[in-house]
Ligand binder design. Structure first.
Ligand SMILES: [Zn+2]
Length: 342
């Protein structure tokens, strides 16, 4: 049985379910935004090509999160750059053969630009609408993220925004951010409210050893999440619990991110994708997390999977198709994807 060529993996219709908007902005796009602002005297930041050189990948989770707070969020700080970068991200995914994309973002406010969090989500959705017209091969839905450093009031605001904008393509609420921060039990009422509003839930789960205590993992599983992201530091009994109690749950696995940031021990062949992809029940979906940082588009994630776990052509196609079951875009999107991907 033949393996798929790189060009086949790129042209294969793909779905991407775990992509952070800010982390998916390419260096080229950041550089263009920077160049425009620099020329207009609107930024003192250094050139992103100097701050994040491609030849020196981010290799440390301790420098990864500050990259956003100290650089990307400061560069993309007005409606114009938010719109431009959102459109560029969607164009990049479309060019990589992604036909269905769920982007996620933490609502921010831009005090200088007079934009509050609601205005931020509105601006992202407007950019998504326009990009979908421009790149008709891709359909995009939005997930709003609660940051682990948020207060309960802030988390409730995210749920309220997700509910408000659900008719415009917001489909779910996520919990993300620095795994060293926060006590997740604080957010239980917010995720219960999200469920009650008919929103889906996806959670960054056991991303680091510090966010993988029995209490934290059981608290999160108690929210009945529809999908989990990363799923790294998971003890055997919880692995069994996930497979038994939440059959059909989606697992968003991000190989390049986990290996480059040394979130797992070892190389790609040691990644827990190898344990999960054959397990009955959970649906494994290879995702990029932050393609702008890790420079590995989803077609390359499939290439890595094929190379390190020896999937054959039929394995790749059937795994890619299974992912359709765990999208949050509803039955119409599932039907559309089944027409494209089968
Ligand atoms: Zn993530």
């Amino acid at each position: 049985m033949p393996m798929m060529l790189d060009s086949d993996l790129k042209s294969m219709p793909k779905i991407e379910l775990h992509a952070h908007l800010s982390g998916s902005i390419s260096r080229r796009c950041l550089h263009e935004i920077w160049r425009g602002k620099k020329a207009a005297g609107k930024t003192d930041l250094e050139d992103p090509l100097v701050v994040m050189p491609l030849e020196e990948p981010v290799v440390d989770i301790n420098s990864f999160f500050p990259l956003f707070s100290s650089y990307i969020y400061r560069l993309v700080d007005d409606v114009e750059s938010l719109h431009y970068s959102t459109s560029s991200v969607i164009e990049d995914f479309a060019n990589d053969g992604v036909v269905y994309l769920e982007l996620r973002t933490t609502p921010r406010s831009f005090p200088k630009g007079g934009l509050d969090r609601k205005g931020y989500v509105d601006a992202v959705l407007t950019a998504i609408d326009e990009a979908q017209q421009k790149y008709p091969s891709i359909q995009v839905r939005l997930i709003l993220s609660i940051d682990r450093r948020n207060t309960l009031d802030e988390a409730n605001e995210v749920v309220a925004l997700a509910t408000h904008f659900s008719s415009r393509g917001v489909v779910a609420v996520d919990l993300c951010g620095d795994p060293a921060k926060g006590d997740v039990s604080l957010f239980t009422p917010a995720f219960e409210a999200a469920k009650a509003q008919g929103l889906k839930i996806t959670i960054h789960f056991a991303e680091a050893a510090c966010s993988a205590s029995e209490t934290e993992l059981q608290t999160i599983l108690g929210w009945k999440p529809d999908r989990l992201g990363h799923v790294i530091h998971v003890p055997e009994h919880i692995r069994k619990q996930i497979a038994a109690v939440r059959p059909g749950i989606g697992l968003e696995l991000c190989l390049s991110c986990n290996v480059q940031l040394k979130m797992i021990t070892g190389d790609f062949d040691a990644h827990h994708f190898g344990e999960w992809w054959r397990v009955d029940g959970p649906v494994v979906v290879p995702c990029t997390d932050d393609v702008g940082v890790f420079d590995s588009p989803v077609s390359n994630e499939w290439k890595l999977i094929q190379r390190y776990f020896h999937l054959e052509r039929d394995d790749v196609l059937s795994l890619a198709r299974k992912g359709v079951d765990v999208i949050f875009g509803g039955d119409a999107q599932k039907t559309r994807l089944r027409e494209i991907m089968w």
